[in-house]
Design a binder for this molecule. Structure first.
Ligand SMILES: C[S@@+](CC[C@H](N)C(=O)[O-])C[C@H]1O[C@@H](n2cnc3c(N)ncnc32)[C@H](O)[C@@H]1O
Length: 216
């Protein structure tokens, strides 16, 4: 069996965004991904406790991480005002530890918008939406430039699994290629901590995501 894996989004449309947030309340596997990222950002070796999330969306991971890591400050970057409104509702009483920063990841000046230097840059289910390997490669380079030595990058995003006969949208590509792009950006030992909701035979658009991790 074969087919196409991808999705169309309207990230500036209030109805679409509200529907997306309701449809994708975190599953058990997605919560596992959040926990893996939580463990990485709580390492004492991190240069500082400021965490930047690229594509914060409805704020599900933000809330999860803020509850479990009382010392971190959090910055959610996104280009969608409507997602910011939902993120504020999700994060609720913890918003005093959060800065929301409006920026477009396709504009290479996005790091200049950050409120301070992060010790960790994290993201889930977002970078594939930039639509190409080159766009993801550019984000990796900007992250390498932005992080101080010892800073970490965790990208829990959709991948094209090895051995598939399905076609994937251009932003979803093999883990090995992510590693190559990370090494080209300057990260020396990128790894994948997990392949979640794996499905080679009959994949849905919300399956097959990895937890890709690298240290500056
Ligand atoms: C599929 S949603 C995932 C949201 C969230 N990270 C999660 O896992 O629930 C993708 C997010 O990336 C944001 N995004 C997509 N393209 C972007 C861009 N060029 N610049 C900034 N944010 C972008 C969208 O607005 C949206 O919040």
């Amino acid at each position: 069996m074969s087919g196409y894996v991808g999705a169309q989004h309207e990230f500036h449309d209030a109805n679409f965004v509200r529907g997306w947030a309701n449809r994708f309340v975190p599953t058990r596997d997605r919560l596992k991904l959040f926990d893996m990222i939580s463990e990485q950002i709580s390492q004492p070796s991190l240069p500082n406790a400021h965490v930047v999330e690229l594509g914060i969306g409805p704020g599900y991971m933000a809330r999860h991480l803020l509850e479990r890591n009382p010392v971190i400050s959090y910055e959610g970057l996104d280009f969608s005002e409507v997602f910011f409104e939902i993120a504020k509702e999700t994060i609720g009483d913890l918003m005093h530890r959060v800065t929301l920063t409006k920026a477009d990841l396709m504009n290479q000046a996005w790091p200049k918008k950050l409120s301070k230097t992060p010790g960790a840059i994290i993201s889930t289910w977002a970078l594939h939406d930039l639509g190409s390997q080159q766009a993801v490669a550019d984000v990796y380079v900007r992250c390498y430039e932005t992080l101080p030595k010892g800073g970490v990058l965790a990208n829990g995003d959709f991948i094209k699994p090895e051995g598939t006969t399905w076609q994937y949208e251009p932003g979803r590509f093999e883990i090995g290629l992510h590693f190559e792009l990370l090494r080209n950006a300057g990260f020396s030992h990128p790894i994948s901590l997990a392949h979640l909701e794996p499905n080679i035979e009959d994949p849905k658009a919300s399956e097959n995501y990895a937890c890709i991790f690298a240290v500056r």
